[in-house]
Design a protein around this ligand. Structure first.
Ligand code: DHB
Ligand code: FE
Length: 269
């Protein structure tokens, strides 16, 4: 899913039926229906923090939350804060042990606040904000260069998938990736959107999931914008699902704020 702070303002002002926002919000009811029947117990949320929990002075490439709860707090956009998110600490520690065991050098966070990239996708999936899932946040740095390559993010996602599958639990796990699609918030190309690339990327997640790993970070920035590179979250989330998936529902709409927004729900088969 995409994330944009102004979604929080639109939710607060109940603009779901407003002509500007309707094509975006209409992407979610089918996904919510699917979740209501699948009843996940846990959500592993792969996203990028934008300066709320990590700032430019200390920027981990990969970080995993291991906190009992994650607070939503003011990051300066004027988005109303939300109820805290309960942590699934057992899965957090299993994930951390598995990832470190597979030679990923991650930062472990026993305290963590979560920003719009985490909170708004959760609020889109569960609008009553009574979270029915416990969560494990996984952060990938797409804010301060150098960024991990798309191929490395894919490998991280595969390792997350292996860890989830080897977790000794009957819990049903939803993997979320939030960021992108194409957008650039600053510089000469502010407002840049690349629909052709976005649609090719969305298609690749179903039929050729490693396609985007052939691009360097510089080339992804060229193709999708400085912040469009957040699409590596989708790649990592897709990689966690394993080889075979089927599409449950998808939506693509340009723009919300400065961003090409997408949602794609995939189920393992
Ligand atoms: C916007 C998009 C983002 O991904 C973000 O983190 C902040 C703002 C935007 O389009 O306004
Ligand atoms: Fe962002």
């Amino acid at each position: 899913m995409s994330h944009v702070p102004s979604i929080g303002g639109a939710i607060a002002r109940k603009l779901q039926e407003d002509p500007y926002w309707k094509p975006f919000f209409d992407g979610f009811p089918p996904v919510r229906q699917w979740l209501a029947s699948e009843k996940p117990d846990v959500a592993v949320v792969i996203y990028n923090d934008h300066g709320l929990n990590f700032f430019l002075d200390k920027m981990p490439t990969f970080a995993v939350g291991a906190a009992p709860e994650y607070r939503s707090t003011d990051e300066g956009w004027g988005i109303p804060t939300m109820p805290s998110f309960p942590g699934e600490q057992e899965l957090s520690w299993h994930l951390i042990e598995s990832l470190v065991g597979e030679n990923f050098d991650i930062t472990t966070c026993q305290e963590m606040v979560v920003d719009h990239a985490f909170t708004l996708p959760m609020a889109l999936l569960w609008p009553d904000q009574k979270w029915p899932v416990k969560v494990v946040p996984v952060c990938i740095n797409t804010v301060q260069f150098p960024l991990p390559s798309a191929a490395r993010c894919y490998a991280l996602g595969e390792a997350v998938g292996r860890a989830v599958r080897s977790w000794n639990s009957d819990a049903r796990v939803l993997i979320m990736g939030t960021g992108g699609l194409s957008h650039q918030l600053d510089g000469e190309r502010a407002g840049f959107i690349n629909k052709d690339f976005d649609l090719r990327f969305l298609e690749s997640l179903q039929h050729d999931p490693t396609w985007a790993t052939n691009y360097s970070i510089k080339e992804l920035v060229r193709q999708t914008g400085t912040q469009g590179v957040e699409l590596v979250m989708w790649l990592a989330a897709r990689a966690a699902l394993g080889e075979r998936v089927k599409k449950v529902h998808g939506n693509y709409h340009i723009p919300i704020s400065n961003t090409a927004s997408g949602v794609l729900a995939l189920q393992t088969v």
